[in-house]
Design a protein around this ligand. Sequence first.
Ligand code: DX5
Ligand code: ZN
Length: 218
Amino acid sequence: MIKIAPSVLSADFSCLGEELAEIKAAGADYVHFDVMDGLFVPNISFGIPVLRSLRKCSDMFMDVHLMIDRPLRYVKAFCDAGADLINVHVESDTENNIFLALEEAKALGRRIAVTLKPGTPATAIEPFLPMLDMVLVMTVEPGFGGQSFMHDQLEKIRTLRSWLDEINPLCDLEVDGGITPETAPLALEAGANVLVAGSAVFGKPDRKAAIAALRGEF
Ligand code: DX5
Ligand code: ZN
């Protein structure tokens, strides 16, 4: 089943609670929460207090994408603030510390995911594959919404789908960056089943139609 995860990075920050209520009514499956620290990526977004506030006003599944250096330092804080899934970048720390971050989130009862930047080969996450609930392939350089989909990532999505089918078939495969009604079918055909979309949902006045378009329903 295709899952749609609108990225709140493109939402109206002056009324985030209402924005989440609207995408829930429009049929979104997850909320994609993009955390940026100005170090791991050249931008700063929002963090723990904002997640805590949103948790109070929404029961939606919070997919927390940590674009931060050494995420192990903040796993517990994001779990306590309301994350349902902790998503860390494989490039953000040593292999051992990434394991520790994932194990900590798992021990706290959360789902766990690892993300790859466009320049990172699929092999970088091989050691983690059996334990993961989700793999995220970035289809833009992380840091900003509204960029164009990188078609050269489709091969990586295909490779990961074939490995997951063998090793961990229940694991979700998510794509993030430049997803539109035109690029969504390419990512799905390559084997993704969770689509993150910022501008293609929050940038549209009719969120229900925007989500339906990503699912290929018109
Ligand atoms: C980029 C973020 C994305 C971003 C996607 O670093 O991880 O989640 O919000 O935005 P769009 O869908 O507009 O490319
Ligand atoms: Zn993201």
